[in-house]
Design a protein around this ligand. Structure first.
Ligand code: SF4
Length: 94
């Protein structure tokens, strides 16, 4: 009998999101220029994520479950960090 694997299925190596997949999503019409933050703000948001204890595997926010490289592109999205929008703090200096 096969031993049941522990942990979340989405955390397994075969389910990791690749850069190619992220780029494919970002090239969709949903990410038109008017819906996206400027590149400097996008980079500031991703920098905030890279030092955040809630980031897992370099791609996933464990608070909201989003892929940060995708969500951080959209103007209307906010960082869900409790008591502190880390994106707002990071982009205030941009
Ligand atoms: S809590 Fe905010 S800064 Fe941290 S990984 Fe999630 S979106 Fe990024």
């Amino acid at each position: 009998m096969r031993q049941q694997e522990s942990g979340c299925k989405g955390c397994r190596e075969e389910y990791k999101v690749t850069e190619e997949q992220i780029q494919r999503v970002l090239s969709s019409p949903m990410f038109s220029e008017e819906r996206c933050v400027p590149n400097d703000q996008y980079e500031a948001r991703l920098n905030a994520c890279s030092s955040c204890p809630k980031l897992q595997s370099g791609t996933t926010c464990t608070l909201c479950g989003c892929i940060v490289q995708i969500t951080a592109k959209l103007i209307e999205k906010r960082c869900p960090y409790p008591g502190q929008d880390r994106w707002a703090a990071a982009t205030a200096a941009v």
